[in-house]
Design a protein around this ligand. Structure first.
Ligand code: 5GP
Ligand code: MN
Length: 333
């Protein structure tokens, strides 16, 4: 990333009075948090800001329902048809904008703010820090350059992005500077305990039941991934319906399944009730680059946490995935 890109990004943000923000479909804590943090900051600078994402249902996942800045959100159908400045967050490729992807072609300027190694650089200005633990980190670097004060209102969504993308400061991306940023955020007085409880430790009873069901049907295939082992399970529309859950509610299932020490790679295949497509989540423990595997299957993500979308059946999707995993090189520790 060039110094120039930072200067151009700051220039674009400061010189526009109307700014349209978008994040990837089915937003997670980092997508939503980084977008809201920037939205609140830009509004504080007197700009007119809208923020959205291009998937249904247009509902803020309950884990993030207490965040400030939700009043910036507009459903995709109310998103500007041809924004002068479109800023995207945590979005590795234009198609990840879903129904808002077409705005990339018509916006005068597209500023891409991201940390995905697989980012396709679809913006006119691309701020992609592949070493950043979260897109929210890149947002703070931008706000610092813009001399925006880090208020508690901005810090809460930033913390949400940071804590979700580092798995509560557990993943390898958790550097000393991540902790330094967390300290800065806590100094604003945010209720990090409330934010974390809402994200990690609050579910419906239905989720507890669904977890039991999908864990009971998990399959361990020790001979897969070149003998490193694969554990996987699937969540169908009927499972979600039975317990009145949406896709956003079952994001955490992969974190339970991947704990199985017998498998290097963990997979959860979820059927999207909106379009019937399979959303495949993959995780590895460090010996397989699932990011590269998912890119080869039309998706993206990070080295050890990635995903792809499939229009094939569950058996066919798993067969393609097994083949790609078998061909993936084993990384040295
Ligand atoms: P998750 O499994 O938590 O949904 O996603 C893990 C990572 O993979 C995230 O960084 C996410 O952006 C990326 N990812 C998940 N699904 C897809 C997909 O269908 N396409 C692309 N390009 N990336 C995905
Ligand atoms: Mn992210």
């Amino acid at each position: 990333m060039t110094t120039n890109a930072w200067g151009e990004a700051v220039g674009l943000l400061l010189e526009h009075d109307e700014i349209a923000l978008a994040c990837h479909v089915n937003p997670d804590g980092d997508a939503l948090g980084s977008m809201l943090a920037m939205g609140i900051a830009l509004r504080g600078l007197g700009k007119r800001v809208v923020a959205s994402w291009g998937s249904e249902p247009f509902e803020v996942p309950t884990a993030y329902a207490g965040l400030p800045g939700l009043d910036l959100l507009v459903p995709a159908r109310e998103f500007p048809a041809a924004p002068a400045l479109l800023v995207t967050f945590d979005t590795g490729s234009a198609d990840r904008l879903g129904s808002l992807a077409d705005r990339v072609d018509v916006a005068q300027h597209v500023l891409v703010v991201d940390h995905h190694i697989s980012n396709t650089r679809f913006g006119s200005v691309n701020l992609i820090d592949r070493d950043a633990a979260a897109t929210a980190v890149v947002v703070v670097e931008l706000l610092d350059l813009m001399s925006v004060e880090l208020t508690a209102e901005i810090a809460a969504p930033v913390y949400t992005g940071l804590v979700t993308d580092t798995g509560s400061f557990k993943y390898a991306a958790t550097t000393p500077s991540v902790h330094a940023l967390a300290a800065r955020l806590l100094e604003t007085g945010i209720r990090h305990d409330v934010i974390s409880r809402q994200i990690w430790d609050t579910t419906s009873f239905g989720y507890v039941k669904l977890l039991g069901l999908v864990c009971a049907r998990a399959v361990l295939e020790t001979d897969q991934v070149g003998g490193l082992g694969l554990v996987w399970t699937a969540i169908g529309v009927e499972d979600l319906d039975r317990y009145s859950l949406g896709l956003a509610d079952v994001e955490g299932v992969i974190d339970v399944v991947r704990a199985a020490r017998e498998a290097e790679v963990a997979v959860v295949v979820k059927t999207d009730p909106e379009d019937g497509l399979l959303k495949v989540s993959t995780r590895s423990k460090g010996q397989i680059d699932v990011g590269a595997v998912c890119v080869s299957l039309g998706g993206g993500g990070h080295r050890f946490a990635a995903g792809f979308t499939s229009d094939a059946s569950l058996p066919d999707t798993m067969a393609r995935l097994r083949a790609a995993l078998a061909a993936a090189p084993h990384l040295a520790d």
